[in-house]
Design a protein around this ligand. Structure first.
Ligand code: SF4
Length: 246
């Protein structure tokens, strides 16, 4: 679900309309991106929001429990690869008890195309047992309880809290880590540092969906090896010194 590309002319017009001047690189420019001003951050999210007002996860799920399972399975795997494996699984299994009934070998048979499927399958069975035993079969709306589940770290908890419970969390994955640093939006050396920096700078109006906008921007435009700067809708706001606009 790539945001529609905009032309350099439309980007410039949008920047001028927002009273922003394009940055000119200088010979002495640092390799570190400049931290974005509040006005630039507002403008950046206004553009991402206008292009995709209701962003959604590309992971497929049918309820909160299957969302949790899909996110656990997605570690170091693509959403498309996870979806391919979980379509048949989630047609059959939609609750922790149903997962326990399926069993470890049954689960492995469904997800064997996903990287690290052996430890992931063990984690899914173990977390399903805990959900049944300690939470009445429900996924808790509580960070500590989520992070106590096998295979669930801060990032997974943030995704579930955001998507399933509407909380304004921002799960920093590889895309958000790269984009936040390149843009100068929330520089940090670790995912946690970037997450905490984002919490400080994200405008209130955009906090709920910032996670999705930044992931999609990183996945389809600001790609790791070859960022598509010439079609980037926020290029004139970006502090990345190595961006190539033509
Ligand atoms: S201009 Fe290039 S480096 Fe900057 S956000 Fe856009 S794609 Fe990424």
């Amino acid at each position: 679900m790539a945001p529609p590309p905009k032309t350099p002319a439309s980007r410039n017009a949008a920047g001028k309309a927002a009273g922003l001047k394009a940055r000119k690189p200088s010979a002495k420019q640092s390799t570190k991106p400049a931290t974005l001003s509040r006005a630039r951050i507002e403008e950046l999210f206004a553009r991402l929001a206008a292009a995709n007002p209701e962003p959604r996860s590309e992971l497929e799920y049918v309820n909160v429990y299957t969302l949790l399972v899909a996110v656990v399975l997605s570690a170091q795997a693509t959403d498309a690869g996870v979806n391919k494996a979980t379509r048949a699984l989630f047609a059959q299994v939609q609750t922790p008890q149903q997962m326990l009934d399926l069993g470890l070998d049954g689960l492995k048979a469904h997800i064997k195309t996903i990287g690290l499927f052996n430890p992931k399958a063990k984690n899914v069975i173990a977390l399903s047992e805990i959900l049944v035993r300690q939470h009445g079969g429900a996924v808790p709306r509580d960070r500590a309880a989520l992070e106590a589940l096998p295979g669930v770290g801060r990032k997974t908890a943030n995704v579930v809290l955001n998507i399933a419970f509407g909380e304004e969390t921002c799960a920093v994955d590889t895309h958000i880590f790269r984009v936040a640093n390149r843009l100068g939006l929330a520089p940090g050396k670790t995912p946690l540092a970037v997450e905490l920096a984002l919490e400080k700078v994200l405008p209130k109006a955009y906090r709920r969906h910032a996670h999705h906008w930044l992931i999609l921007h990183g996945r389809y435009i600001c790609k790791a090896r070859a960022p598509a700067c010439p079609v980037c809708p926020i290029a004139d706001l970006c502090g990345y010194t190595a961006k190539v606009l033509a």
